[in-house]
Design a protein around this ligand. Structure first.
Ligand code: FAD
Ligand code: NAG
Ligand code: NAG
Ligand code: NAG
Ligand code: NAG
Ligand code: NAG
Ligand code: NAG
Ligand code: NAG
Ligand code: NAG
Ligand code: NAG
Ligand code: NAG
Length: 590
């Protein structure tokens, strides 16, 4: 569709930009309507509008990221996700049986860039085997590691760290790209004493914790230097990168903020295939409709996308009918199979002053470090606390494998991740020096769900991440704690560690399980709530081309389509889904 204002493009509103008010938009009909400006949505918007003949409108419920200091200074990450705030959807989970029936916060960003504007910035791809499994279950070799590597490279812009240090021996340039869009870098400031402890551990325990030059090579096992979506000492989000100045000025790219999509409208069924006439959204208490002449693309994330589908009558027919929602397309997998990783912490007090604690404990020092960041975007505020990641497998002889098939995608895929760094776990110990580890079960077998509580599309959905409901996940969490303690049994830690802040090592299994239930939480990495499956599968929500099964002109491109949790944090996997998804759309409409 060629839109007249594109040709006439003279008035100031004719140039693409980020709009706050629907009345400023140059029209509500476009070739593509993209719902959600998160990791995936902004990639799709950017790539589609490379073709000047395509116009795209992105509808984002949240607020602007512009000038939000906590979303710019990497170290301030925790401020953004602490408690209800204007950058959050403020969700809580349903009571989690695996967490002593606690309902816990479930963080989702309500801002441009989605969760890439407030996430931990850890850049991890997962194993080659993870993606080869995607290709296997979908019967589409296009989802294999080898096929996706060019898309990782389209996304990634490998960048010099903020301190310009010599990075030789800290990564493998052959598996990175300097020509992508989203910045990735090694840490921009150093903790030499602690870093030496970690590297020495890889020498002392080379069997259990070998050094891995680059955990993003497709073979992550071992201990490697952390890589983060940070460039020039600042967070690189999908908003700062894919909607950067050189892109957002495109006359065919439009982004509307404060626009919460409620549902898809005007379903029409022809020969059993549903087409939707538009997208309903709310702004300032009024409802509007946006129309797509080519495709509607849902990129609202693993919580938002299934919620919109269910509110539109796309989901399990019986469940929707019970809520008073007219069933349009009976797809029982919508919102099911939610897969989320549990995480647990451990920390130790240490005999070293070279940790981040003094910065958090001493306001004068904090201001000095902040002033350094302000002046030159260098110093300790250019990254988070972690310096390395250890990726490890459960022992092959673990008794759990008598009962459970190994959920990892293959023998080179880790079950457990341990992020290691300095600083107390809470960040608010009044005195002392600490190191903290975060342990993640990468391959959970628990499954949860996203469902609706009512037929009001503005009610928050019911979020059940299913945290720690299976024996495997509880076993792997206990093992992750044991592995973390094993790491610091390397001789090099002897005079360095004073004591664990809570001694988890010699606890009974029951006591450890109780500790885990009280202290673990979901990692905010949910996937699979609108999962991709083979074209002929009896389950699933989208086909391998990401078109919704049984619908036409409706695609899903975000973390919800991921068919199996990768052994990773989920932004890089989502970016790669979006890069390939955009290519699939371009292929269709070329
Ligand atoms: C606290 C936290 C820390 C994390 N840390 C890391 C990390 O360190 N490394 C990593 O790799 N991953 C991390 N992740 C996960 C990663 O950020 C996500 O997996 C990724 O952003 C998912 O991308 P997405 O496009 O599917 O969804 P999102 O990035 O969540 O984007 C969805 C967008 O859609 C919008 N939206 C939702 N519903 C509607 C609606 N109805 N109408 C209009 N707009 C809507 C949302 O506001 C949001 O902007 C973290 C996540 C969180 C929450
Ligand atoms: C855009 O449309 C014009 C006119 O139809 C065509 O010549 C051109 O090739 C198109 N551009 C792209 C990138 O498809
Ligand atoms: C989350 O809570 C904050 C503080 O109460 C509020 O300002 C914000 O609007 C809430 N977010 C949403 C999406 O309602
Ligand atoms: C948690 O809730 C379930 C279901 O309501 C109940 O059976 C169980 O006893 C509760 N567990 C605890 C520890 O309270
Ligand atoms: C969940 O995923 C599995 C494959 O991992 C599949 O067999 C099952 O049918 C799915 N369930 C639903 C409800 O989609
Ligand atoms: C800390 O290290 C110093 C110097 O190595 C040593 O003298 C001291 O005993 C250590 N303190 C503790 C509590 O281990
Ligand atoms: C706090 O930091 C300032 C600035 O570095 C330093 O001069 C001061 O001694 C520190 N205070 C304490 C109690 O360590
Ligand atoms: C750094 O800059 C921010 C934002 O401009 C400002 O709020 C803050 O006070 C500055 N801090 C220091 C220590 O310079
Ligand atoms: C395996 O299953 C059996 C029977 O349910 C159970 O007794 C045993 O504890 C399980 N083993 C592990 C390691 O969970
Ligand atoms: C755990 O118990 C063993 C054996 O009793 C003991 O040697 C070890 O020091 C204990 N570890 C911790 C961290 O308490
Ligand atoms: C776990 O939490 C429950 C409920 O708050 C509490 O009664 C119990 O003492 C806690 N257990 C441990 C080991 O912290």
């Amino acid at each position: 569709m060629l839109i007249p204002w594109l040709l006439l493009g003279v008035a100031k509103d004719c140039f693409a930009k980020i709009y706050e008010d629907v009345s400023d938009l140059p029209g509500l009909e476009h070739d593509f309507i993209i719902v959600g400006a998160g990791a995936a949505g902004n990639v799709v918007a950017n790539r589609l509008t490379e073709n000047p003949n395509f116009s795209a409108l992105v509808l984002e419920a949240g607020v602007s990221n512009e000038g939000v200091i906590d979303a710019i200074v990497p170290f301030f990450y925790a401020n953004l996700i602490a408690g209800p705030n204007i950058y959050e959807w403020n969700y809580t989970t349903t009571p989690q049986v695996g967490l002593n029936n606690r309902s816990v916060p479930y963080s989702r960003a309500h801002m441009l860039g989605g969760c890439t504007s407030h996430n931990g910035m850890v850049y991890t791809r997962g194993s080659a085997e993870d993606y080869d499994r995607w290709a296997d279950v979908t019967k589409d070799p296009g989802w294999s590691w080898d096929s996706l590597l060019p898309y990782f490279f389209k996304n990634e812009k490998w960048t010099t760290p903020a301190d310009n240090h010599d990075t030789r021996g800290e990564f493998n340039p052959a598996v990175h790209s300097t020509h992508g869009i989203n910045s990735v870098s090694l840490s921009g400031s150093r903790w030499p004493v602690f870093e030496n402890q970690v590297i020495q551990t890889t020498r002392e325990f080379p069997e259990e914790f070998p050094f891995n030059l680059d955990y993003n090579s497709g073979e992550p096992l071992g201990v490697g230097w952390i890589q983060s979506t940070i460039g020039g000492g600042k967070r690189s989000s999908s908003a700062t990168s894919y909607l950067g100045p050189q892109y957002i000025q495109r006359p065919n790219l439009h982004v509307l903020l404060h626009a919460q999509v409620s549902r898809l409208l005007g379903p029409q069924t022809t020969k059993g295939v549903v087409t939707f006439g538009g997208v309903e959204f709310s702004q300032g208490g009024s409802l509007f409709t946006a129309k797509a002449s080519k495709e509607i693309i849902l990129s609202a994330g693993s919580v938002g996308t299934p919620a919109i589908l269910l509110n539109s009558g796309v989901g399990d027919k019986n469940a929707l009918t019970a809520l008073g929602i007219t069933s349009v397309l009976d797809l029982p997998s919508v919102g099911q199979n939610a897969t989320e990783q549990p995480l647990t912490f451990a920390s130790w007090s240490v005999n070293s002053t070279q940790t981040i604690d003094p910065i958090e404990q001493n306001a004068t020092l904090f201001d000095e470090v902040y002033a350094q960041w302000n002046a030159s975007h260098t110093g300790p505020f250019t990254n988070l606390w972690a310096t390395h990641i250890a990726w490890t497998r459960l022992d092959a002889s673990s008794p759990i494998f008598e009962n459970v098939t190994d959920p990892a995608a293959g023998p080179k895929t880790p079950h457990i991740e341990i992020l290691v760094g300095t600083g107390s776990q809470s960040g608010d110990e009044p005195t002392g020096n600490f190191i903290s580890f975060t342990m993640v079960v990468l391959t959970p077998t628990s499954r949860g769900s996203i469902t609706l509580q009512s037929n009001n599309p503005f009610d928050p959905p019911l979020i059940d991440p299913g945290t720690l409901v299976t024996d495997f996940d509880r076993f792997a969490t206990r093992e992750s704690i044991k592995k973390a303690y094993r790491f610091v049994e390397a001789p090099v830690w002897k005079d360095y560690i004073i004591a664990p802040t809570v001694n988890l090592l010699n606890m009974s299994t029951d006591a450890l399980d109780e500790f885990i239930r009280n202290n673990s939480s979901p990692a905010a990495h949910m996937v699979s709530t609108a999962a991709m499956s083979a074209k002929d599968a009896s389950y699933g929500v989208v086909n391998p081309d990401l078109l919704v099964k049984g619908a036409s002109g409706l695609r899903i491109i975000d973390a919800s389509i991921i068919p199996f949790m990768p052994s990773a944090h989920t932004q890089a996997p989502t970016y790669v889904v979006a890069e390939r998804g955009a290519d699939l759309i371009k292929e269709k409409w070329k």
